[in-house]
Design a protein. Structure first.
Length: 181
């Protein structure tokens, strides 16, 4: 994999490589499509196999996002992209209580990796429209986010289908990215 290195600002805009991770069917690709300009959004979104790269501008930052497949057999690929990441978006299916322990295990491995120390981490507590969805404070407790003291982090309630919460989360992340550059 090529070394992408730190991204300089371009024409007053900060640039950042961001990994978008989470278990399969959590809504990663749908969130990315919602964040892109409406004229380029597809009508149907297929599950990501391996990874997919996309770009969009939001909140004064040019984001290059690496949409990483969350299927079990592909999660070991995430690590290959840690070195060049300036931020991580971790998407959680808030209604999938059964797999919350898998989310925690994957998060612990991600947090323990040396290449991601101090990298801002945005959690989207997705699928808030579902009646069984856990609220962000409940997810925070399940994932022990209160123990996360070595990097900026935030958890935002979201609905990838409507876009609710996405701009709020990306605004927070953009501010952290700008502070680091």
């Amino acid at each position: 994999m090529p070394n992408l290195g730190a991204m300089p600002s371009l024409g007053g805009k900060s640039k950042a490589h961001v990994l978008v991770v989470g278990l399969d069917a959590s809504g990663k690709s749908t969130i990315i499509e919602q964040l892109k300009p409406s004229k380029v959004q597809p009508s149907e979104i297929a599950p990501t196999v391996g990874f997919h790269v996309d770009e969009f501008d939001k909140a004064g930052v040019h984001f290059t996002v690496f949409d990483m497949s969350g299927a079990g057999r592909y999660r070991n690929l995430w690590e290959q992209y840690y070195k060049d990441a300036q931020a991580v978006i971790y998407v959680i299916d808030s209604a999938d209580k059964i797999r919350m322990c898998v989310v925690k295990d994957e998060l612990d491995m991600l947090l323990g990796h040396k290449d991601l120390r101090k990298v801002p981490l945005l959690f989207f507590a997705n699928k808030m429209d579902l009646p069984t969805a856990l609220l962000p404070p409940e997810i925070s407790v399940a994932l022990r986010l209160e123990d996360l003291k070595d990097r900026p982090h935030n958890i935002v309630a979201s609905n990838a289908l409507t876009g609710e919460g996405l701009d709020l989360g990306i605004q927070w992340l953009a501010e952290r990215i700008k502070q680091r550059q």
